[in-house]
Design a protein around this ligand. Structure first.
Ligand SMILES: [Zn+2]
Length: 138
């Protein structure tokens, strides 16, 4: 599992926890000076302010979309995660490994991982975050 802090953007991570999304939103909101008309930057370091910094504004918008998309799964499990599309097969293999343990070595060559991954993806909600596709699961 990746460890992320609220001070780092989340897009591009293999796995994003719902709690990381809400922490990052809270961080950006706490940086927001809400005063776009001042001639000088009123922020203590204007970066990461959604009002003064366009990249932060875009990030906050996409974080809010991600949070909304993840919320139902999180209400069901309290541990929703978003999985980057090209990490999904690794995630499915790890999940199977947790279930089967050492027996997986024997099974490994019999499993069609690409098909299993496609089946899992079909069950999950899909969302574009940043420029990357993520799948949401509990
Ligand atoms: Zn500002």
């Amino acid at each position: 599992m990746n460890s992320t802090t609220a001070t780092e953007p989340l897009d591009g991570e293999d796995l994003i926890n719902y709690s990381d999304v809400t922490a990052r939103i809270a961080y950006l909101e706490s940086r927001d000076c809400h005063q776009p008309d001042r001639e000088e930057y009123p922020c203590a370091g204007w970066y990461d302010c959604p009002t003064c910094d366009e990249a932060s504004e875009r990030e906050l918008t996409s974080l809010r979309d991600l949070e909304e998309a993840m919320r139902p799964a999180n209400e069901a499990s309290d541990r929703a995660i978003a999985i980057r599309d090209d990490y999904l097969e690794t995630f499915v293999r790890n999940e199977a490994d947790d279930l089967v343990g050492d027996g997986l070595n024997f099974l490994e060559s019999y499993v069609k991982w690409d098909e299993l991954t496609a089946d899992r993806a079909a069950e999950m909600k899909e969302i574009t975050f940043g420029s990357t596709t993520y799948y949401i699961t509990t």
